[in-house]
Design a binder for this molecule. Sequence first.
Ligand code: FES
Ligand SMILES: [Fe+2]
Length: 376
Amino acid sequence: MAAFRYEDALTPTPPPGFLEARNRRQKARAAGLHPDYWYPVAHSNKLKPGKAMGTRFWGRPIAVYRDQKGIVHAMEDRCAHRQLKLSQGEVKGCNLVCQYHGWEYGCDGKVIAIPHELFGKPFPKLSVPSFPVQERYGHIWVFPGDPALAKKRPLPEIPELEGKNRWGIILLDGVWKAHHTMLMENICDFTHGYLHRDYRPFWDPKLTKYETVGDKVYVSYDTKVGAGKIFRRFVDDRKVNANHMDLCFDYPFQWSNTDNKIKSYCFLLPQDEQTTHGFFIFYFQSLKLPFLPMTMPPWLLDRVLKIAKRLFVQPVIDQDGWAVELEQEGYNRFSDLPVAEFSPVVSMFQQLTIRKWEEYLATRNVVPQPTLGASA
Ligand code: FES
Ligand SMILES: [Fe+2]
């Protein structure tokens, strides 16, 4: 183990990239997420007709815009002329116009109009790549990988979020300066209950199961779900067994399930190696009226969940965000030091992330170095 060297403190060695990484943790912290899946980029209501926005998938810039008819499109966020961000452009009908010289793009990314003189040259056949897009569950989803695979990789079916019997929902998102594996480990590894000791979204967890099956890691805990002073008054103990939770890293996203009555999904958009946009969906079949043996009517459920989001859920997620950003800072400075990791699920998440990233690299004929031993 390398000893701390004061002379290196001001210029720490940056963490290795995926191809140079020699142990599991370093590989996991440098791995991307496989692009051949759907990733959320924004809540639907954040993008109004006639507006454009920019995001990134693993460093690749993506412009997303909603045309005047309400349909959402996505293309690489760079003008084919001088690479300005198209997301800074203007929506014109169904097209996107670059702000600088006014080149106009159809929704398939093709340049279809140039408003200035061409000096006798023919109209250029230029385009930028476009991406499959869909809207569902209140989110805009983009498929950043091979477009031919978009239809073969459907979104998870979540019937509780649709139709007239839809459950009460809390939607929440945030951008954190941390690698996506740090977020995934945070939401599945409950050893960090201490961080949430004031809110107790889970309490006194005992890991009862952990198993990798294909591209999924299943984890179960016996734990008190929603054990905080206020929230537990809303959970109906007669109808919900809130002493157990199943979770799954269902690559590339995560879900949780408490007795088929309280569920969640978390989708991660890896913008780059140290920036992750997390999207959370928490949904509840019902809650009860505090101190009364009565189920809340649906109209009240939505209102109560709005308050719960502000008073309980958002603060808990903020605590997690604070912790993972500090973890990233620590990793940036001490990436070659060993970590005393006790939870067996962490290494399973890392193994799955690495395997899927190697699977992607293999399609690009990139062969990384073998991993040496266990995580250091
Ligand atoms: S840079 Fe976009 S039109 Fe010139
Ligand atoms: Fe947490």
